[in-house]
Design a protein around this ligand. Structure first.
Ligand SMILES: Cc1cc2nc3c(=O)[nH]c(=O)nc-3n(C[C@H](O)[C@H](O)[C@H](O)COP(=O)(O)OP(=O)(O)OC[C@H]3O[C@@H](n4cnc5c(N)ncnc54)[C@H](O)[C@@H]3O)c2cc1C
Length: 437
């Protein structure tokens, strides 16, 4: 039995950020990772021409201060994301494909309705303290209310509701009818907005070397990262904890940092921590999504004045340009089954036909395509954290907190998921463990 000071379970951005700070603080750290690679939900492949294609997390924004700070420390470079791409957004519904800010099915009255909804949203968002959401007087009522019900309460027109649903699914969040209004507003507040989703705050930057390079660079600097080593049991004790791998190896440690997503965390056998904590951890859930990526030799959508950003009611809920000639697309949870149920060839053909509907026939002749079914990947079981009506209250204030010597981190432990959540909570877990708190 080896005896590191700290065992970190999971080598995604959270686990690696925690391990890096723990080592810098003088701890002897072992990271155990189930997959044969590090990075978790950030993953990249390299094309012969040198383009690094991202199959997982990709873009960040101005509000992502922990992630941006880490990138600077690692000596990596930030560059503008698709948000700076010239051209116009596209919206695709069964009856129309519209290029421009407003689709043809929105009237002047709908625009006025959207403005009223925006003003009402700003009031809700301002009422939430992102550092202490539990003190919000309206927490329980707003958490029980779906975004859809809240929009009906403020008289959103049917077209404005349809736009909101398209946007929500374009991000691969759950339907507005199945998302907690409190969680929705809390996420916006945590992202530094006082109104609806702000692209500059959330998505205007990306790492030029490829977002998975953040994970790879951190891992290269760590002393002991063990790949293909899934953990299936954690036994926490005040005088030493024991982590057992699926292969039966045991590691005794002074502290354990759990850095795996909500689904895989539920599969672990954990003892020695309170029932309330386990209930809270296991009550979290993910939106399931797939990512479809397609590489061309050039960004041909620009020829038509389109910026490659699309929201759609098709199986692909969105597309956006990842870099020159590369389009990313997400399959949202509400459409995941229809996508995952097909064989690879059919799935790819149908996805390309949808892209052709957006950007023209050239879309059907790619250099290469990739599909990652993150929702049914056993080591992710999802995509990002999702809060259905009632979930915030059920998970409760133990969310993202520690029970020393058991520490938790991961994007799920922040209000809004994302790479920022992974880095922020990873570094916070390390600071807490080093401080003994
Ligand atoms: C398709 C897609 C697109 C995304 N786009 C963006 C984006 O553009 N911007 C953004 O900010 N975020 C995005 N995200 C979210 C972001 O990638 C994640 O929130 C973040 O990378 C999660 O990091 P993490 O360390 O918390 O978890 P993970 O990256 O999931 O890492 C957890 C690690 O734990 C390992 N593990 C699981 N179970 C065990 C076990 N039993 N034993 C040992 N190891 C285990 C896993 O293999 C994994 O390596 C996207 C995610 C996906 C899937």
């Amino acid at each position: 039995m080896s005896r590191p000071d700290v065992v970190v379970v999971g080598a995604g951005l959270a686990g690696l950020s925690a391990a890096r700070d723990l080592e810098a603080g003088g701890a002897h750290v072992t990271v155990l990772e189930a997959r044969p690679r590090v990075g978790g939900r950030v993953e990249q492949v390299e094309l012969d021409d040198g383009r690094r294609v991202q199959l997982g997390g990709e873009v960040v924004g101005n509000a992502h201060t922990s992630y941006l700070g880490l990138v600077a420390e690692l000596g990596l470079t930030l560059t503008a994301s698709y948000v700076a791409e010239p051209g116009e957004v596209t919206r695709q519904v069964p009856e129309a494909v519209d290029v421009g800010e407003w689709p043809s099915w929105c009237t002047e009255a709908d625009r006025a309705s959207a403005e009223k909804v925006e003003a009402a949203l700003a009031t809700v968002v301002r009422g939430i303290d992102p550092d202490d959401p539990w003190s919000s007087p309206d927490l329980e009522r707003l958490d029980r209310t779906s975004v859809g019900d809240w929009m009906r309460e403020v008289d959103a027109s049917p077209a404005v509701m349809r736009l909101a649903e398209m946007f929500q699914l374009s991000m691969s969040d759950g339907s507005i009818e199945r998302t907690s209004m409190f969680a929705h507003a809390r996420q916006l507040r945590a992202g530094g907005s006082t109104g609806s989703y702000d692209y500059e705050q959330w998505e205007n930057l990306r790492v030029a070397e490829g977002s998975a390079s953040v994970a790879l660079t951190m891992a290269a600097g760590l002393r002991d990262v063990r790949l293909s080593t899934p953990v299936d049991r954690i036994s926490v004790g005040a005088t030493g904890s024991v982590v057992t791998t699926t292969a039966g190896e045991t590691l005794r440690a002074d502290a354990v940092v759990l850095a795996v997503p909500a689904g895989p965390a539920r599969d672990l056998d954990i003892d020695g921590v309170s029932e309330e904590r386990l209930r809270s951890l296991r009550r979290q859930r993910h939106a399931w999504a797939a990512k479809f990526v397609v590489a061309y030799d050039r960004s041909f959508w620009r020829d038509r004045g389109q910026n490659g950003l699309a929201e759609s009611e098709g199986v692909l809920g969105s597309t956006w340009p990842q870099q020159e000639g590369v389009l990313s697309a997400l399959v949202p949870p509400e459409r995941y089954a229809a996508f995952a149920a097909a064989d690879t060839e059919t799935r790819t053909r149908e996805a390309l036909a949808q892209v052709a509907g957006l950007y023209g026939a050239e879309a059907t002749s790619p250099q290469q395509t990739w599909t990652r079914l993150w929702g049914t990947d056993p080591w992710t079981q999802g995509y990002v954290t999702q809060w259905r009506p009632g979930d915030v209250t059920e998970v409760g204030p133990l969310h993202g907190t520690h029970e020393p010597p058991f520490y938790v981190c991961g994007s799920d432990q922040w209000v809004a998921g994302y790479m920022e959540g992974a880095v922020r909570t990873g570094r916070a877990a390390a600071a807490a463990a080093l401080g003994g708190g």
